[in-house]
Design a protein around this ligand. Sequence first.
Ligand code: ZN
Length: 248
Amino acid sequence: MEFSERMLVLQVGKFREADLWVRLLSPSRGLIGAFAFGGSRSRRRFAGCLDTFNHISVHVKASPGKQYLALQEGVLIEGVSRLRRDERRFGTAVNCVRFLQSFGIVPEGAEKAHFLMRETLRVLDGCGEVPRLLPVFFRARLAFDQGYALELAHCARCGNALSGKPARLLIRAGRAACPACARASSDYRLPLGPDTVSTLQALHVLPPGDWDGPAVRPAAAGEFAEAVDAFIRYHVGITWEDGRFVRH
Ligand SMILES: [Zn+2]
């Protein structure tokens, strides 16, 4: 088996003297790992390609017994320079990549995950100031895109529109309810201010390049992050423990 594809380089590790082990995000296959034999020396086959967060076009070949994949050659499509020089930008990108790796990306969700990751890296490389909540926006959008969308437009019980009003997130149901209806529910619930509701709605559709606009600006950052992470903990099973994401 062999194929050529445009992929994102998520992680690069050294394996023996001249060889590299690379984690990639493919828009059709999801997360894959491959060797790049001679990758740290071959300028001809991998000129400027095999660095973290690069978007590359690469030719891949399976080993004879299909036990592993090996990169044959690659071309750089888009790199990130500012992101690598800036500790905060780099750390934010690593945080998003680690979450995506803990999440795991199946082929059905690969195209959306690849788009989200690529656009997020573009924002981190090019934006004036990194939005403080960007990693939380990323986690929310990845979960929404991979089949964990939240129903926020109407109350889960009475059906009234929730726009512009305070609400409660019913964690198990993955839906929002007005405060009175939420009190009658046995679900775990968290408060959502009107701007948290509208931000979560916007994050279902807006690409990362539009996350610096007024539609994505929750007044209560703590409340927003708590709602996103509680939802992800319950439905996806990912928690942040000892400085890393763990999927249970
Ligand atoms: Zn209601």
